[in-house]
Design a protein around this ligand. Structure first.
Ligand SMILES: Cc1cc2nc3c(=O)[nH]c(=O)nc-3n(C[C@H](O)[C@H](O)[C@H](O)COP(=O)(O)OP(=O)(O)OC[C@H]3O[C@@H](n4cnc5c(N)ncnc54)[C@H](O)[C@@H]3O)c2cc1C
Length: 838
């Protein structure tokens, strides 16, 4: 009994001290008191006394700053400084770009719920709302996906004009410069709605509002550049594109061979300081139609004309009119089945004056930082917006289709096999919209979330890919045969584009998200790294020492809390306390955050420079962080939506699956962690009882799907702000119209099915089974009329297109003498010039 009591007191005291991050002398006092207590009760020989008292004595010695400094911190600092891999300027810029916010809270292990609550819910100004309900809706209604994708491989002139005239390209350009000056939330919703109708048009609208030069000029341009270009960009008087990617520099864009050499030449009759630039870029969206080329290249100044006393100035960004002498532009790639213009551009020793540089002379060599900063924002808005709307759209169409499509005499939606992928689509629609809205609100509040934007980019596009594939499976052959009535193909074909652009997903997941997250969001690691790199060794050591001891206290607190929560089923974890419906999920999130923080800390501490290569570990850590972020967004969305009782089951389903995936990711890290003793510690602390969170049950999935396929509030909320119409002549409007009719005729439909099955009436081509049903008093004459209409509509809903042999001959010709290739990484520029001239 005494033993249990003593053990209880020691463990409780340990937890209290660890959680309160007490100073080292308190630990020394605790260790010595515990040792004396044990020795008093049980006694012991000299060796036992030594073993018990040693930790306390060591801690007591370390309480003296001189000892701590010279025997622990200094040797560690010197050792790490010698072995720590040098961080290049490019890496430093990439790491330092953007801001941290909720991601840092999750990394801390003790998320401050007030910060989550403070992120504003979706709010639009009256202008933004009017634009979303007006021109955006009109643009959607104008778009004829098949005509654009198949007949034209282009957007019709009237759609180009509508986009430009209504300012779709100037959403992020301030009103002062002639743009719409819309919030991030509005831009996200507008792009999303357009994407729900035509992913291609969304891409055309997206580029000028993302890395297209507009954002760069708005943020970094000289006042002359802003005054001249921004109003022109906002009104569509310029067609912009931005060229970063080269054949030899894709994901590793910073290694580009494109180069500019500073020189002085006569330009427009005047002696002008400028650069001779040579570039070879590919995959550039809008390039074939561009009038204004944004270009990234490495600037060299061998003659020190810029007087910066260095030859390698660094990556520099310029704005070059496409009509400028020597600019080669105009050919097209064919990116899958997508129609948006995309192609290469090149230039050979083209002279451009220095004032073509975005931001002018002051910004030479600062291009990489500018790109990273803009990417952090762009990536948080554009691709999450289009991915979310794709998921919501396929939920809307697929749930209707599954309810209307019957096989084996029942709607396929009620077959469990179909219910499973439908459940995933519902979950993705709720979760990804929650994360999209929360992130857009953060950007609107001035954040530039680099880590969140990376995790949201890869996870939202992956979930879109999963949802579209699920939708295709549910539609069967109906989705495979392309044609004017196929509403899934455009989204399906756009998937690989979203996966690849703005940081290809594999790289973004495995290389960027966790490594950057750890360095930026960890409360001490960035400080420690900075201190180790500091050229002033004394200052570096002081900063390092402070951060290092803070780090130890923080790790101990997380380890203790994580174990406590894992063993107690999160009973002592803290939620915000103001939302009883979701308090249990907040507490689970709190526990998970502690576990994540501890495992992340050990992972970074042990792998250090190896983080770049141990990508299967970092990829799983990124997935774990992603689940924590999504769960936060889910809980926030429920509150922002006004806590609708009907959504609580969806929240439960999403939360259960999220926690299960989180634990699975963490388990994967532990099972594969290369340093096994560390893996055992991780397991003991983070998953001592293994994976305890079970995924949502089949029954819960069934209930959720039932809510989502029924016209009403839940379905509308799940698919909010996408283009929806009820025109039976429209490609998707017919689904809405027919679904409502089918639901109103459910009883009569069932009666007919029963009669067919029992052989009372015969449903064959050539027989009038509706009349038969009236005659046999199975349905009324009125019902039969409606059922006839429903039958005709369903036949249209399930119909696929067919073409004459002439129609399937490719509508564009490939002349092999004209196609150019960059197979060797060297575009044949003369050939390109000839083609452009023709
Ligand atoms: C349709 C389309 C539109 C585009 N629009 C533009 C545009 O407007 N402007 C522009 O400048 N660029 C544009 N791009 C280029 C795009 O940004 C690049 O395609 C992208 O950066 C990937 O480069 P890559 O295709 O050369 O693939 P690679 O870099 O060859 O990558 C191949 C694979 O390897 C993975 N990988 C690479 N390095 C690592 C690593 N260190 N760790 C783990 N995995 C890694 C990648 O994730 C990818 O899966 C566009 C591309 C496409 C297809």
């Amino acid at each position: 009994m005494t033993a249990i009591l003593l053990f209880g007191i020691v463990v409780t005291a340990f937890c209290v001290l660890a959680l309160n991050k007490v100073p080292i002398w308190v630990w020394a006092a605790f260790a010595l008191s515990a040792a004396f207590a044990i020795l008093t009760v049980y006694g012991g020989g000299a060796f036992v006394q030594f073993l018990l008292l040693a930790p306390g004595l060591i801690l007591a010695a370390l309480s003296v700053p001189f000892v701590r400094r010279n025997f622990i911190a200094k040797p560690l600092f010197d050792g790490l400084r010698r072995t720590f891999p040098a961080i290049s300027d490019t890496e430093r810029e990439a790491l330092a770009a953007g801001t941290v916010g909720w991601d840092a809270q999750l990394f801390s292990g003790t998320p401050d719920w007030a910060q989550l609550k403070a992120v504003p819910p979706i709010q639009l100004s009256s202008d933004e709302r009017a634009f979303l309900d007006g021109p955006t809706e009109e643009l959607c209604a104008m778009s004829d996906d098949w005509d654009m994708r198949h007949n034209r491989r282009d957007v019709p002139p009237e759609v180009w004009d509508f986009i430009k005239d209504n300012g779709f390209w100037g959403m992020l350009i301030s009103k002062e410069h002639g743009g719409l000056g819309f919030s991030a939330q509005a831009q996200s919703l507008i792009l999303g709605k357009v994407a729900s109708r035509s992913p291609d048009i969304a891409i055309i609208c997206m580029v000028p509002n993302s890395l297209g030069p507009g954002e760069l000029v708005e943020k970094y341009g000289t006042s002359e550049q802003q005054d001249y270009y921004l109003p022109r960009l906002a009104k569509g008087l310029e067609v912009p594109c931005f060229a970063l990617t080269s054949p030899n520099a894709g994901s590793d864009a910073a290694s580009m061979r494109d180069v500019g050499i500073v020189c002085e030449e006569t330009y427009k009759g005047k002696k002008t300081l400028g650069m001779r630039v040579t570039w070879n870029k590919r995959y550039i969206t809008l390039a074939p139609k561009a009038t204004l080329l944004g270009l990234a290249f490495n600037l060299l100044d061998p003659d020190n004309l810029l007087e910066l006393d260095k030859e390698d100035i660094g990556i520099t960004l310029a704005l070059i009119p496409a009509s400028h002498e020597g600019v080669v532009i105009g050919n097209r790639h064919l990116p899958g089945g997508n129609l948006f213009p995309n192609g290469p551009t090149s230039g050979d020793d083209v002279f451009i004056p220095l004032d073509f540089i975005i931001g002018g002379r002051d910004m030479v060599g600062r291009g990489w930082g500018m790109l990273m900063e803009c990417l952090a924002v762009g990536r948080a808005i554009s691709l999450p917006a289009t991915s979310t709307s794709a998921i919501k759209s396929v939920l809307r169409t697929t749930s209707a289709y599954a309810r209307l499509r019957r096989q084996f005499s029942i709607p396929i939606s009620i077959m469990e096999g179909v219910e499973e992928p439908l459940t995933r689509i519902v979950e993705n629609a709720y979760t990804v919209e929650a994360a999209r809205a929360m992130t857009a609100a953060m950007v609107g509040a001035g954040q530039k979330p680099s880590v969140i934007s990376a995790l949201l980019k890869y996870s939202s596009t992956e979930r879109m890919r999963q949802s579209i594939t699920d939708a295709m499976d549910i539609h069967g052959g109906r989705a495979i045969c392309d044609g004017p009535s196929n509403y899934l193909q455009a989204a399906y074909q756009a998937v690989p584009v979203s996966i690849t652009v703005e940081g290809a997903n594999i790289l973004t997941r495995t290389l960027i998200t966790f490594a950057q997250g750890a360095l930026r969001c960890h409360p001490y690691l960035f400080k420690e790294t900075e201190a180790l790199q500091d050229k002033n060794t004394d200052r570096g050591f002081d900063d390092f020492e402070e951060a290092f001891y803070g780090h130890i206290g923080w790790s101990l607190a997380n380890a203790t809390a994580s174990m406590l929560h894992n063993f107690s089923g999160s009973r002592f974890a803290k939620g915000p306390g103001h939302v009883p419906e979701t308090e249990q999920w907040y507490r689970q999130l709190s526990r998970a955050s502690r576990s994540f923080a501890f495992v992340a800390d050990l992972t970074v501490g042990i792998l250090a420079g190896g983080l770049k290569t141990k990508q299967k570990i970092t990829g799983r850590m990124a997935d774990a962080l992603c689940e924590l972020y999504f769960l936060s967004a889910i809980l926030k969305r429920f509150e922002d939506d006004g806590k609708p009782a009907s959504d609580i089951l969806i929240v439960e389903l999403c939360a259960r699956n999220s926690l299960h995936r989180f634990e699975t990711a963490l388990q994967g890290v532990i099972d594969n962690f290369p340093v096994r003793p560390a893996a055992y510690i991780m397991k003991l602390v983070a998953l001592p009882l293994g994976i305890r969170s079970k995924p949502a049950s089949d029954r819960l999935g069934k209930k959720v799907v039932a809510l989502a396929i029924q016209p009403g509030d839940v379905r509308d909320r799940l698919t909010s702000e996408i283009y929806i119409n009820e025109n039976p002549e429209d490609i998707t409007g017919i689904l809405e119209y027919t679904l409502k009719l089918a639901i109103s005729l459910e009883r009569a439909e069932k009666a007919i099915e029963k009669a067919v099955r029992s052989g009372k009436i015969h449903r064959h081509y050539g027989s009038d089974w509706f009349q038969e049903a009236i005659d046999k008093k199975i349905v009324t004459a009125h019902e039969a009329d409606d059922l006839r209409e429903l039958d005709e509509l369903i036949n249209k809903v399930i119909a696929v297109d067919q073409f004459t042999p002439d129609e399937v001959i490719p509508h564009y010709k490939t002349d092999k003498t004209k196609s150019t290739s960059d197979k060797s990484g060297q575009a044949t520029k003369e050939k390109q010039k000839n083609v452009a001239a023709e």
